[in-house]
Structures are given as structure tokens and as C-alpha cells.
Write a new protein. Structure first.
Length: 179
């Protein structure tokens, strides 16, 4: 029974839980424990000893925990988005894209990324020219954009020619000038 008690909270090693146990925990949990569950699932996704399909399932579980953190307003939205975008990019890069699953579809990841940005490329460039003189909140905003676009350089090779790829390309160029 002590194993059940450990599973009430996260216990000493959520990384040892199977997928169903961790999923059940994620679905009934809110708050900071979701972050621990997200990391535990992501660790399994990165395990090269697991079959690729299992790794994708663990990545999905990590995304679920991350999205619940976002839904509950438990984490800064930019950090939650960045973690999601980076994991999705890792799966696309390491396990291959899958246009039948929106999480692993490069075009969808690019569109989701561009939708999360609050500045246009022109606004970001204008602000970045004199960023050292900006108020801290504007510097932070530029930094968030740099973090949210960190994966776009890797994503470009998966994108079809067109406006989405052009916008992603613009951000990969601009991010070099951001603080």
C-alpha cells in the first residue's frame, strides 16, 4: 500500500511509473506537481532504448501535462509555449514528422509558433536596435520572442515554400539581433 501512498503525491520516483499511472496522475493533478510529471514523461520520450512509437506517446503525455499547466495559469505562458515548441521540434527532428498528428506536423508547429508571437518582425527589429535603453518589460518581451523562436531554424528544412516558411525565416534572421 505504500506504493499507492507514494502515487498520491509524486512520491520518490515518478520516472519509474508506467505511462498509465503517470497519465492518471496528470489528469487529476494541478499546480507545481504537473511540472514534475511533465519532466518525468519527457525523460522517457528522450530514452533512446524505447521504440519510437513509445517515445512519441511519452512526448504526448509530457505535452498534456504542459498544456494543463498552461490551462491552469500555473506557469508563465511563454515558458509553457517554449517547452511545448521545443519538445515538438525534438520529436519532428529525432523521430520524424507526422502530418497525420498535428503535434508532429511541421507546418502546424510553425503556425502555432507564429501565432504565439505578440510582435511583428518589423516591431522586433525596431525595438532591438536600441534594446539596452528600453524598460525592463520591453527587454523581457524581446527575450521571450527570442526564446519562442529558438526552434525555427531547425524547422525551416521541413516547411514547404510559402508565407509560413517566409515568416519563420524572417524570425530566424531577426532573433540574432534580439537580447
Amino acid at each position: 500500500m505504500s506504493g499507492d501512498t507514494d502515487r498520491e503525491g509524486l512520491g520518490p520516483d515518478p520516472g519509474g511509473w508506467d505511462m498509465d499511472e503517470l497519465r492518471a496522475f496528470i489528469e487529476r493533478t494541478r499546480g507545481a506537481e504537473l511540472e514534475t510529471a511533465r519532466v518525468a514523461a519527457q525523460t522517457h520520450a528522450y530514452d533512446p532504448n524505447l521504440p519510437d512509437e513509445s517515445r512519441r506517446q511519452w512526448a504526448k503525455l509530457s505535452l498534456l501535462a504542459n498544456r494543463l499547466v498552461d490551462a491552469e495559469g500555473e506557469g508563465p505562458l511563454t515558458r509553457v509555449n517554449q517547452q511545448e515548441f521545443m519538445l515538438r521540434m525534438w520529436v519532428i527532428d529525432s523521430l520524424g514528422p507526422d502530418d497525420t498528428d498535428l503535434d508532429w506536423c511541421p507546418e502546424t508547429l510553425a503556425a502555432d509558433t507564429l501565432r504565439a508571437l505578440r510582435l511583428t518582425p518589423a516591431q522586433a527589429v525596431a525595438l532591438s536596435d536600441g534594446w539596452r535603453d528600453l524598460p525592463l518589460d520591453q527587454i523581457r518581451r524581446l527575450r521571450w520572442h527570442k526564446n519562442l523562436t529558438a526552434h525555427l531554424g531547425h524547422l525551416l528544412g521541413y516547411l514547404a515554400l510559402g508565407p509560413t516558411r517566409d515568416q519563420a525565416m524572417a524570425w530566424t534572421t531577426i532573433r540574432r539581433s534580439l537580447p
